[in-house]
Design a binder for this molecule. Sequence first.
Ligand code: SAH
Length: 252
Amino acid sequence: MSGCVDIIGLGPGAEDLRCPRAARALEQATDLVGYVPYVERVAAATGQRVHGSDNREEIMRARLALELAEQGRRVAVVSSGDGGVFGMAAAVFEAMDHGEPQWRDLDVQVYPGVSAVLAAAARLGAPFGNDFCVISLSDNLKPWGVILNRVEAAAQVGFAMAFYNPISKSRPWQLGEALDRLRVHLPGSVPVMFARAVSRPEEHVAFTTLGDARPEQADMRTLVIVGNAETRVIERAGRDPWVYTPRSVGGG
Ligand code: SAH
């Protein structure tokens, strides 16, 4: 069996933020599997068969990748950022776990990428200098009550936070509700940043506070970053501020 599945994180957007090892694996693929906008972006490389699909069909897409590898194809399963962060990596393993026994013998490799949380943090300064968590606000794959509980728990124990999938046409109110819940536990002065399309030409970053943050400031290409009580903003004349969370907490 000479086929393989390479699970590849493409990085946040900019070509030079794609890890070299991932880029090399991508070049060697015979087939690309992934969400249409991503595979189309990559398909400029010649000769690769593209199997695009809708964003919600992750497990079907993962099964297809394993089937193609079984037929001897060299398959790249692509995600933006890192494939392991709300991406295709877990879908491939879920399909393997519940799929054909021989899929376990396939040559599968995961190539890490720069996730949006790291690209956005670097753009802003160092908002995650201490403990933090990442939460997807999408309730497509988990109940909204679970998400709200996690957001609340994160605020209560003092994690800084990054919200992936903050808002979409079919999920218009969830971010507003999450921000309202945070306001119960955190001071209005906590820094909040909306980092959109980081490292792409359309990049846009907005700085505000929990008290003033509005859900309309986000779209589906935005990562929402919420600091904690220690997070600080260094204002600069005529330039974006730097945001950082100190390495030490409570005199530690
Ligand atoms: N696997 C990806 C995340 C996919 S979920 C990763 O590791 O980054 C899609 C969400 O990621 C978007 O809704 C947005 O919140 C975030 N995202 C992806 N790319 C981004 C970018 N360049 N800038 C800001 N947020 C981004």
